[in-house]
Design a protein around this ligand. Structure first.
Ligand SMILES: Cc1ncc(COP(=O)(O)O)c(C=O)c1O
Ligand SMILES: *[C@@H]1O[C@H](CO)[C@@H](O)[C@H](O)[C@H]1NC(C)=O
Ligand SMILES: *[C@@H]1O[C@H](CO)[C@@H](O)[C@H](O)[C@H]1NC(C)=O
Ligand SMILES: *[C@@H]1O[C@H](CO)[C@@H](O)[C@H](O)[C@H]1NC(C)=O
Length: 504
């Protein structure tokens, strides 16, 4: 990994002094002058007595944020320190101490679902989204100020209700909320809570192919007497329909990997995984109102690292089981995380969500525009079909812009699509990860702009290879025709050989 050190203490000290002087001037002139006209936020700043213990932390935070890493990496307060300097963490394909060196032959990595596409939004919102955490912030296990001992912030709950009501993607009034360490933890809590807890007939956990592999991984890993993973809903229906057995169905809507809005196949107990049910990725046709719904901050604001998810539950007994699960597993989730979530949600609901969702949707739509333009030139590869739907949030009919492209290799002989793309320097995730055929590959579209730009470059190269081959073939026909005296087109200078893989 590339590393860098940037020295900005001098500059930061200087700007800190300048800012302090400006503040004092503001304070002095603040009685009713122009600065006050700009609204409440300025009022708060103007009338605050000078800062005491937060100044050092603020200066540290700004100093590290000022390290640019050439725009191809990041430095954080907790990044490695080497020789007294903060080390840049470079993005894929970039290296050097300041991440300025691009490795030309590097493969585009479209593998993980890391939601870095929203990072520029939070950089725009630097001032509104930063928090300062005191050394004595909420040292207790619980929120003691509340009437009953609780490990969930009521303010965070309030903002979760608020964002759902603004977006109109879920009914949460009169429902129970439970927080988890990411939605990942709530997926297994949900299976536990919905299982019949009868070891002589374990509940059967199912999902619809192609499905997110974590459902199966968790159900196997937690290896309980109370539930078993039984695979695909459709095969389940074919083979076990008559048995009328105890089934827990994961419904992922929109689906990971293909972005489809799904509904239950079996129609019994369901866990709706709504990780991607936000206007960035799909039109919101109506609020979801299922018994058990799971959401995550990871795909809403992009803060996967904060590890925060929530479940919206109708039934009191189920809610109590989920709460018990969380209490036994970790005595509730981090108060530091909840503080951060509160701040982020406050920004998310600004302007009734218009800023965040417009930014996020525009970004995803731009990426889909570029993606579809490349794939429209290909007959070798195709991507999922998208149908327009009315979005209640934007009050407009729109195409979905899913988090992932679900790519299919169309040529009969190319049944290992991951390997085909890999040979073209593109790393995706195999179809079989989702129990689909390896003729499919998932490509992540929610990573950083660098990652996406490189993906577009590699895809364009791959598709143009195919087209040059085609035009070579066409030109050969033309040449034959010309030789027969029918036209005067020239043959291509560099006939490209269609890259056959050495793997089958
Ligand atoms: C469908 C789905 N559910 C849940 C998760 C888990 O996310 P987290 O644990 O970050 O909330 C993911 C992550 O990619 C996902 O794709
Ligand atoms: C547990 O499952 C067995 C077998 O299906 C059934 O006979 C029994 O009644 C169940 N017990 C409870 C408490 O539901
Ligand atoms: C459901 O059907 C499949 C295929 O026939 C079988 O392997 C599986 O054991 C069945 N599950 C149960 C719980 O009966
Ligand atoms: C939604 O759009 C339609 C057509 O443009 C308009 O008539 C209607 O007033 C809009 N609704 C809201 C709630 O803005």
């Amino acid at each position: 990994m590339g590393k860098t050190k940037k020295y900005c203490y001098g500059i930061c000290l200087l700007s800190s002094i300048v800012i302090n002087i400006l503040f004092s001037i503001n304070l002095y002139l603040g009685g009713g002058g122009g600065a006050l006209q700009r609204g409440e936020k300025n009022l708060e700043i103007v009338y605050r007595p000078s800062l005491t213990w937060t100044e050092k932390a603020a200066a540290e935070a700004e100093a590290v944020a000022a390290i640019s890493c050439s725009g191809h990496g990041r430095a954080y307060l907790d990044s490695l320190i080497s020789d007294g300097q903060t080390v840049c963490e470079c993005y894929t394909c970039y290296g050097g101490i300041d991440c300025s060196e691009f490795s030309p032959g590097c493969s585009a990595d479209a593998d993980s679902g890391d939601p870095i596409f929203l990072e520029p939004f939070w950089m725009q919102k630097a001032e509104d989204s930063a928090i300062v955490v005191s050394g004595w912030h909420r040292m207790s296990y619980s929120y003691a100020g509340y009437t009953s001992m609780s490990t969930m912030s009521l303010e965070v709950e309030k903002y979760i209700h608020k964002i759902h009501s603004i977006v109109g993607n879920a009914i949460t009034e009169g429902r129970y909320l439970v927080f988890g360490i990411g939605s990942s933890q709530l997926l297994s809590a949900a299976v536990y809570a919905l299982s019949s807890q009868n070891s002589s007939s374990p509940s059967n956990v199912v999902a619809t192919i192609p499905y997110y592999p974590m459902y199966e991984a968790q159900t196997l890993f937690f290896n309980s007497e109370d539930f078993e993973f039984e695979g695909d809903t459709n095969s389940w229906k074919l083979n076990n329909a008559t048995n009328n057995m105890d089934v827990i169905e994961f419904v992922t809507s929109p689906n990971n990997p293909d972005g489809e809005l799904k509904t239950s196949v079996i129609g019994g107990k369901t866990i709706y995984d709504h990780a991607y049910f936000w206007p960035h990725f799909t039109p919101i046709p109506a609020p979801s109102d299922h018994d058990f719904m799971i959401f995550t901050l990871s795909k809403l604001t992009g803060h996967a690292g904060a590890r925060f998810g929530w479940a919206v539950i109708k039934d009191k007994d189920v809610y109590e089981k989920v709460s018990t699960y969380i209490q036994v597993a970790d005595l509730g989730i981090s108060k530091d995380t909840q503080l951060r979530v509160l701040k982020l949600l406050k920004v998310a609901v600004e302007d009734d969500g218009k800023q965040l969702f417009k930014f996020a949707y525009d970004k995803m739509r731009q990426r889909w525009d570029r993606l579809t333009s490349v794939f429209s030139k290909s007959t070798r590869f195709s991507i999922q079909k998208r149908d327009p739907l009315h979005c209640n949030f934007f009050n407009e009919t729109r195409l979905p812009s899913p988090a992932y492209a679900w790519v299919k290799c169309e040529r009969e002989e190319e049944d290992d699509c991951h390997a085909v793309l890999e040979a073209g320097k593109i790393i995706g995730r195999t179809g079989s990860t989702y129990k689909a055929k390896d003729r499919y590959v998932r490509l992540s579209l929610i990573k950083s702009q660098d990652d996406f730009d490189l993906l577009m470059l590699r895809l364009t190269e791959l598709v143009s290879l195919e087209n040059e081959f085609l035009s070579y073939k066409q030109n050969k026909n033309v040449r034959n025709a010309r030789e027969a005296g029918m036209t005067n087109s020239t043959p291509p200078k560099h006939p490209i050989h269609y890259g056959t893989r050495n793997r089958t």
